[in-house]
Design a protein around this ligand. Structure first.
Ligand code: PTJ
Length: 267
């Protein structure tokens, strides 16, 4: 057991920041096990900051985006869930569960290449019940010419063939590259103005730890719908409005938190 695992178990459940601390320590433990890149800690901190501003809950706007995202994945011919270190460390079980419910393949795709990382993520996902994980056989990987980062390496049976790619917690330029290749991209990003958020077809502005359980729940319901009903959900979704609404929510929450802080602050 690592020192952090010890600390994690010591966080009292009635601590006002219990959940936040729990996920923070999952990320730290993930880094110690090579699952999470060192920079993943910083990425998580950025996410925490946005989540704090959003009130750490799934808003109506995000729910609509989740509905459209699930419908798009269910209608896809070849849907792929791209897995990075942070997402694996935070939600391995949910990734596997969602992959089964939505019939979408899991492909490990990392920005930071480091010996042992792919194997560590593979083991974590397999322990959570995953079978046939893609992106783990270095010798068969092919490269996307539109991309120069390590994410250019994709599985010929996965992202290369995919018509819809689900990319939780993504850095910079891959969404743009995937779009150029004619793929539909669904992003999960707490920052509504990141390049990924702006370029994606559907941007879920919410925390991945809340998004995946909700996606599982919705996929189970939507699987009972007809193709036309799923198409209608997608047609009614507008990502520009979605981003606009997310930004308006930030303004609203900051105003609200300003008022609350000023009730406590003295002159
Ligand atoms: O495991 P790797 O090597 O593939 O690397 C993964 C990270 C996340 C380190 C890499 O993709 C990266 O550096 O990403 P960025 O550029 O920091 O972007 C991550 C985005 O995810 C930021 O906009 C964060 O606000 C957002 N984010 C962080 N944590 C969460 C999140 N969004 C939703 N849920 C979170 N828990």
């Amino acid at each position: 057991m690592s020192p952090n695992e010890n600390f994690y178990h010591e966080i009292p459940e009635d601590h006002p920041r219990y959940l936040s601390l729990k996920y923070r320590h999952k990320i730290i433990e993930g880094m110690e096990k090579l699952i999470v890149a060192e920079a993943g800690l910083i990425a998580h901190g950025r996410g925490e900051c946005f989540d704090y501003i959003f009130g750490e809950k799934t808003n109506e706007n995000a729910k609509k985006a989740i509905e459209a995202a699930v419908a798009l994945l269910l209608l896809a011919k070849h849907p792929v869930i791209s897995v990075n270190g942070n997402t694996a460390a935070l939600c391995a079980k949910e990734l596997v569960n969602f992959s089964n419910v939505a019939n979408a393949q899991l492909e490990v795709n990392l920005f930071y290449a480091k010996e042992g990382r792919i194997e560590a993520i593979k083991a974590l996902l397999e322990n959570a019940g995953a079978k046939n994980i893609l992106g783990i056989k270095e010798d068969i990987m092919i490269e996307i010419q539109e991309l120069s980062s390590n994410r250019r390496k994709v599985d010929p049976h996965g992202i290369k063939l995919a018509d819809v790619v689900f990319v939780p917690l993504e850095d910079g330029d891959r969404t743009e590259a995937l779009k150029k290749l004619g793929k539909k991209v669904i992003a999960v990003d707490l920052n509504p103005i990141s390049r990924t958020s702006i370029w994606a077809d559907i941007t879920i502005v919410d925390n991945i730890v809340r998004v995946l359980p909700k996606m599982i729940e919705i996929a189970k319901k939507q699987k009972k719908l007809k193709k036309g009903e799923l198409q209608k959900i997608i047609k009614l979704f507008n990502n520009k409005k979605n981003i606009q609404d997310a930004l308006d929510l930030i303004i609203k929450h900051i105003e609200k938190q300003k008022k609350e802080a000023f009730k406590i602050l003295k002159d």
